[in-house]
Design a binder for this molecule. Structure first.
Ligand code: FE
Length: 201
């Protein structure tokens, strides 16, 4: 089996936000899709390592802001490469607005947002799959939606030449030093697994 075939699947990119009590949080994901149009339902798979995952599980609500091609790498750094357990991702991030259901929508580097109420959760081991009813939505700009491939080619900084022998995370660029990458390794930055690493050096 050539697992590289999996990279030929096309994905969008989203900032998924949640709110629990006074705490707002968000993470980057490529796993939002519409599953039915009448009723209007979407699905979202979230890695259990993400703090946002626990918040969605407990509150039953989330909002997906659709990342567009004019997004900066800072957006990914802010929401993708740090944990809401350690930092307030909205402390210095002001390109947001409070929507009708109380959740933040990201208003810069995005072209729309969709808020939804969870109707079913499926435990998939590493991830939970949320099925959700769309409650509200808004178009923010005409900038095209960023695909995962567009992020790889145009938004993510080009990797520096390195003599380090190891493995590089294809998602965020984190480098694991060593000949062999443990099969159960999880990127400490973006939480993707060993299958998303490539050999370098
Ligand atoms: Fe990573």
């Amino acid at each position: 089996m050539d697992k590289k075939a999996m990279y030929r699947l096309s994905y969008g990119l989203f900032v998924v936000t949640a709110k629990e009590g006074e705490k707002d949080n968000g993470c980057i994901t490529n796993t939002v899709m519409q599953v039915t149009s009448a009723p209007n339902r979407i699905s979202l798979a979230v890695n259990k390592e993400n703090y946002t995952h626990d918040m969605i599980l407990r509150t039953g609500k989330f909002l997906a802001s659709v990342i567009s091609e004019d997004a900066s790498f800072d957006l990914f750094r802010n929401f993708g490469f740090q944990s809401g357990r350690d930092v307030d991702k909205f402390a210095d991030f002001t390109d947001v607005k409070r929507t009708g259901n109380g959740l933040y929508a990201v208003t810069k580097g995005t072209n729309a947002w969709i808020s939804a109420k969870v109707i079913q959760s499926v435990d998939l081991g590493s991830h939970t799959l949320f099925l959700a009813e769309v409650e509200d939505a808004e178009v923010l700009s005409d900038s095209p939606s960023a695909t995962y491939a567009y992020y790889q080619d145009h938004i993510k900084p080009k990797p520096e030449k390195t003599k380090t022998v190891g493995w590089r995370c294809r998602i965020c660029g984190y480098i694991y030093e060593g000949e062999e990458l443990p099969a159960d390794f999880i990127c400490p930055i973006c939480k993707h697994g060993a299958e998303d690493f490539e050999k370098i050096g």
